[in-house]
Design a protein around this ligand. Sequence first.
Ligand SMILES: *Cc1c(COP(=O)(O)O)cnc(C)c1O
Length: 498
Amino acid sequence: MPTPNDPGDPPALAGGAVGPSQLRPLIDTVLGALAQGATARGGPIPAGGPRSVADRLRAQAAPVLPANGTGAQDALRTLVRAVTEGSADPAEPYCAAHLHCPPLALAVAADLAASALNPSMDSWDQAPAATALEVETTAAFAALVYPDLPQPDCLVTTGGSESNQLGLLLARERARACGAPAVHIVCGDNAHHSVHRAAWLLGLPEPHTLPTHDGTLHPATVDRALAELHGPALVVATAGTTDTGAIDPLPGIAEVTTAHDAELHIDASYGGSLLFSRHHRDLLNGLQSATSVGIDLHKLGWQPIAAGLLAVPDTTALRPLATNADYLNAHDDVEAGFPDLLGRSLRTTRRPDILKIAVTLRALGRDGMAQLVENVCQQAQRLADLIEAHPDLTLYARPTITTVLFRPSGATDTELAATRRALVTSGTAVLGRTHAAGRLWLKATLLNPTTEPTDFTALLDLVARTARDTRTSRPPSNSQQPSTGQDPPGGNASRTGQ
Ligand SMILES: *Cc1c(COP(=O)(O)O)cnc(C)c1O
C-alpha cells in the first residue's frame, strides 16, 4: 500500500475503504502540529503585530511552490504548525473581539468527514445521502423558526452576508412579479454592512437607512419612513447587532410592516440561536412574522466556518431561485424523482456544511444547545457586573446577548484605540472596538462556553493596566488632542469618527 509520506509516492486519497487508513497518520501529524503551534503561541494571538507575524510565516512557509515537493508529512507539520502558532484562537478566553466562535471538536470532526467524502450539493448524483440529510435538517431548522406554519423551508448559506443577499433578492423578485420595478429597502443605521452591499449588487436603490438613537430601530421610525414610500418595501430588522448585540423590537416592527403591506427580513445572524433556549427565546418574539430570517451557526452555534441558514415561511418563497442546467438537473431526471438542488443556492459546487450542523444538533440536542447559549449569556452578565464594580472601567450598557462594551474611565478615543492595539500586538488579549453613543468602546464578544469567571477579573485588570501604560507613554507633543485625555466618563457624545 502506498504511504502518504514521501514526495515520489503516488498520491493517497481520502475516500474509499482505504482512505481512512491513509488519512490516519496524516491526521496524527495535524493534531500534533495543532498542539505544538498552540503551545508555541502561548496566548490568544501571536505577539509582535502584523509585520512580525508575516515575516515569521514567510520564513516558515518558504518555499511555497518548490520544484520538488517536501512530502505530505513535512508540509502538514510545517504549515499547520506555522498557521496555528500565528492564529487568533477563539478557544482562548482572552480572544473575544468578534463573532468568531471556538468551534466544537465534534463539529470539526464531522467537517473532516465532509472534506473526505466531498459531496457537492448541486446534484443528487454527487451527494445522495448528504442531500437527504440537508432536507431533514433544514426542515427541522425551518420548524424551529416558524413552528406554527405547515411548510416552512430553509436554505444553507455561507453566512449572514449571503442570507441578507438572498433575503433582498427574493423580495426584489416578488416585487417584479407584481410589476414593480424595484423594492425599497428600509433598515436602521445599526444594520449589517452586507445589507447595503446586497442592495448595490442587486441593482436596488440605496437602502433608506433610518437613525437608531439607542442602537435599535424603533417601530415609529419605520412607520414614518414607510408612510412616505410608494411601491413595495422590505424592512430589514436585526436580532443581535454586530456592534452591540442589540435586538430591534421585532413585534413592533412586524406590526408596522404589516400595517403598511411591506415585508420583513430579520437578520438574526447573531441572535438566532437564542431560539434554542427557553429562557431567551422570547427575545426573538416576532421572528415568525418575517418573510425571511438569516441565522449563522458559525457565531452563536459553535460551528467551523461556514454555517449559515436562511429560513422562509413557505417553500414556495424559494421558487425564484429555480434554475436549470441539463447536466445537473435534467427535466427527465427531476420527473423521475431525482431531487433538484440547484435552486437551493446561488452557488453551484457547494460543501455539505449540513453534516457538521446535523452532528452537532444530534449530539447536543435542543437542551445542549440551549445550555451553551445560556452559559455565554450568563458570562456576559457576569463580565458586565465586574466592569460596573471596577474602579477604572466604565460599562456602556447591560448586555442583551453576549456583547459587552466598556472603556477605561477617562481615556480619550485615541487612547482607547491605542490600548486595544497594544493588547493585540503584545499577544495578550484580542478585544474589538466599536462606536456607540458618539464614542469609541472596547468590545468583548463572549462565545466561549468554557471560559471561567475568574478569567474575566484578570482580563479587566490587564485592560486597565494597559490603558494606564498607554496613557503615560503617550508622547506629550504633536498629539491630535490637546486635552490631557480627561473626558468625563460616559460623557462627550461629540467625539466620533476616530
Ligand atoms: C456576522 C453578521 C453578518 C454577516 O455574516 P457572515 O457570516 O460574516 O457573512 C450579517 N449580519 C449580522 C447581524 C452579523 O452579525
